[in-house]
Design a binder for this molecule. Structure first.
Ligand code: FAD
Length: 404
């Protein structure tokens, strides 16, 4: 196993600059407009597709050609420094791609992942639909059902999914459904719902506090029939897995845990991008703004706030990078991926709030981007596992006990 080295190689520095330039030149100037419109920012995503930033090739290169694990968090931090709502619009299809990659066969990955993105001329979207109105953290509470029709070799999906990024506007929906209710969380399977499938529709579109350029909506599945080949992993593998669980044999929960842990540092990187944006903005402001005849940064209380913000960001980035590196080596010990995500969400929420404080009344207005960054930061305490769910995972990892 290579040592952890938190210095970036030539490729990573090039990617960092490339994403930063896009964030500065395209995302920043568009951010306010799309936040106000609360609509999916097609022109921005199309521009990202034109330079290859939105696309499965970028994702595959960043993930598979990087033994250090640092390329993804580095790229994502820059993107979310640009804007979190637009960033989520660009990254949202990655949730579907990750869902396919983690459960699908090689053929399924090759067939469906490119369709989550399309190409620069015809941009497409993917959505990953797991959460439900009555079951977000409590994945054992999913009710969406998938029943097999042997006569036609089709699966029939029924239920409602809630809070789905790109839900109802995506070309490819990856839907987690219950195939064996008596087995609780072990009785789930994932299905592709291909473009244009009858019975899938968008329910309510949520009006959100932050990341408002990212589309979030319910997905309603009403007798949705998908061909047998849309079951990720295939029927034979599913039947074998269910039989193993019914015999009381241990499933591969360790592997599933490693997968979740491995994606969490990238969510942490999103949060730290937002935090850094707010810190930099408030540092510049504090060096310019005068009160009582001097720059406000000359007051220790303001300077120390900025010192703490910088320290928290630096420390959290190291935690994220180390967790990303551990994920690459498949070497998590104490849920370090969850630790990175937990810390980054809290730091982003705190730092953006402190930035408003430094900006005073201006910081509280919608003329000032820090107000938007504070709203955007909060989502990182909620999605991809809430603050409390990260604490649960970490406490189980450090204690070896099943803490409830
Ligand atoms: C903008 C946005 C985008 C999203 N995108 C997607 C997506 O693309 N796909 C998808 O499937 N989902 C998505 N989600 C759903 C997200 O993952 C859930 O909102 C999240 O998992 C929390 O679930 P919940 O909202 O049902 O809250 P609940 O699970 O009801 O939690 C409510 C509160 O109770 C706490 N809590 C719950 N259980 C415990 C416990 N055992 N111990 C201690 N505290 C507990 C939680 O931490 C939280 O504070 C998205 C959500 C949002 C807001």
């Amino acid at each position: 196993m290579a040592d952890f080295n938190p210095s970036l190689n030539e490729d990573q520095l090039t990617i960092q600059k490339w994403v930063h330039d896009f964030a500065e030149d395209v995302m920043r100037p568009n951010a306010e407009e799309w936040d106000e419109r609360e609509e999916f920012p097609w022109p921005v995503v199309q521009e990202a597709a034109q330079i290859g930033l939105y696309g499965w090739e970028f994702l595959a290169n960043a993930m598979f050609n990087d033994p250090t694990g640092l390329t993804m968090p580095v790229a994502i931090e820059e993107m979310f420094w640009g804007d979190a709502g637009l960033g989520m619009a660009i990254m949202g299809s990655g949730l579907a791609a990750a869902g396919i990659a983690s459960s699908g066969t090689q053929d399924q990955v090759m067939e469906w992942v490119p369709q989550c993105y399309g190409d620069a001329k015809d941009v497409q979207l993917g959505a990953f639909a797991a959460s439900e109105p009555d079951a977000g953290s409590d994945v054992g509470g999913y009710r969406t059902s998938a029943k097999y029709d042997e006569a036609t070799d089709e699966w029939i999906l029924n239920g409602t999914k809630a809070w789905i990024t790109n839900g109802g506007i995506a070309d490819i929906h990856v839907v987690v459904a219950v195939v064996a209710p008596e087995l609780k969380t072990k009785g789930h399977a994932s299905f592709i719902v291909p473009p244009g499938t009858k019975g899938l529709s968008m329910g309510q579109k949520y009006k959100k506090h932050g990341i408002r350029a990212s589309h979030t909506a319910e997905v309603v599945l009403d007798d949705v029939r998908v061909p047998g080949r849309c079951l990720l992993g295939g029927k034979e593998k599913l039947d074998e897995r269910l039989a193993r669980v019914r015999r009381g044999e241990r499933g591969n929960s360790q592997a599933a845990m490693q997968t979740f842990e491995a994606t969490r540092p990238t969510v942490g990187a999103q949060a730290i991008g937002v935090a850094r944006a707010a810190y930099e903005y408030s540092l510049d402001y504090a060096k310019e703004r005068e009160a009582f005849g001097r720059k406000i940064i000359m007051n220790q209380s303001i300077a120390f706030m900025l010192a703490d913000m910088a320290t928290e960001i630096e420390a959290t980035r190291l935690l994220i990078w180390r967790a990303a590196w551990l994920g690459k080596q498949k070497a998590f010990v104490n849920a370090e991926g969850s630790m990175a995500k937990l810390k980054a969400g809290r730091v982003a929420t705190h730092v953006t709030e402190r930035a408003i404080q430094i900006l005073g009344g201006y910081g509280y207005t919608r003329e000032c981007p820090v107000e938007r960054w504070h709203r955007d930061a909060k989502i990182h305490d909620i999605f991809e596992g809430t603050e409390q769910i990260q604490q649960l995972v970490i406490s189980r990892a450090i204690s070896g006990l099943r803490i409830e």
